[in-house]
Design a protein. Structure first.
Length: 93
């Protein structure tokens, strides 16, 4: 279950990161029309913006999912520790 959750959230992060990168790529070449005429610069911008968005979005989503799962596991572990039987101490008179 945890592997499927991690895979789905990282896929979602990849899609969102790619969308953000594509939007930034569009905005860069919309406002800097001279850069669109240079093929090397447009390729570098494509790799950095879209590739970085995809990689960063997927990694961020996977990191966040792992942190949430570890926190849930620690919370469940602490709950189990509270439920264990602990004998009552006798009070001295």
């Amino acid at each position: 279950m945890t592997d499927i959750t991690r895979m789905l959230t990282s896929l979602l992060g990849v899609v969102v990161g790619g969308g953000i990168g594509a939007a930034l790529y569009y905005l860069v070449f919309r406002y800097y029309e001279k850069a669109a005429g240079m093929p090397g610069l447009s390729l570098a911008a494509f790799i950095v913006l879209i590739g970085g968005g995809v990689l960063g979005g997927g990694y961020l989503a996977l990191w966040l999912t792992t942190k949430v799962q570890k926190a849930r596991k620690a919370k469940a572990r602490s709950r189990r520790a509270e439920k264990r039987y602990q004998p009552k101490k006798k009070q001295k008179k």
